[in-house]
Ligand binder design. Structure first.
Ligand SMILES: C[S@@+](CC[C@H](N)C(=O)[O-])C[C@H]1O[C@@H](n2cnc3c(N)ncnc32)[C@H](O)[C@@H]1O
Length: 181
């Protein structure tokens, strides 16, 4: 079975966790990574790795001395990516993005997110975005993909400078690019 189809089955099986029937599009993988630096020792944190399609793009972009930390709540997804993506820069964390501060102790150059904010309580939304804002270095971005504009205001409450990019797909995909000034 082709990989994309396998991912679609796995995402649909865990719909209340994934919030999606399929992985995000190639256009999203490229757009969401656009502010990620290829400088040495860059620290990138991904929230909601899934089957690792965005993670692969991030690993393509970052330098050999950089690190990519990926949070993912689904253990099966973590095991699958671990077996398929052998890269010493990749650190997979099988935990909730809300536990960010328990795992990440260093300032972060980029946050990349595809977690389903609509499924979270207001407290959890604020915890994730607020903690990420605290960990992010000034001048750096949190880029998040969502199927709706509705969660944009969560980010606007914390971030100083936000803009949106929309892709006309089925479903629509919005990328929120949010900068800490
Ligand atoms: C819409 S899928 C996106 C997967 C992939 N990054 C992509 O772009 O297609 C969202 C992923 O976030 C994971 N997830 C959901 N809630 C999470 C949370 N609170 N912390 C970490 N991962 C979470 C889901 O299990 C799922 O793999």
């Amino acid at each position: 079975m082709p990989n994309k189809l396998k991912t679609a089955f796995a995402f649909t099986k865990h719909l209340f966790e994934t919030g999606a029937f399929a992985q995000t599009s190639r256009r999203v993988e490229v757009e969401i990574s656009k502010y990620v630096s290829s400088a040495p020792k860059t620290v990138v944190v991904e929230l909601g790795m899934g089957h690792g399609n965005i993670s692969r793009e991030l690993l393509r972009q970052i330098s050999p001395t950089s690190k990519l930390y990926c949070f993912e709540v689904n253990e099966e997804f973590c095991e699958q990516v671990k077996s398929e993506l052998k890269d010493e820069r990749l650190i997979i964390i099988n935990d909730d993005a809300a536990s960010l501060r328990e795992h990440i102790k260093t300032p972060v150059d980029s946050f990349i997110g595809s977690i389903p904010f609509s499924f979270f309580s207001r407290e959890k939304q604020d915890k994730i975005v607020g903690d990420a804002y605290q960990l992010l270095k000034s001048g750096c971005y949190f880029s998040q993909v969502q199927y709706t504009k509705r969660n944009y205001r969560i980010f606007q409450r914390f971030f100083d400078d936000c803009h949106l990019k929309r892709f006309i797909n089925i479903p629509l995909e919005y990328i929120y690019h949010c900068k800490k000034v």
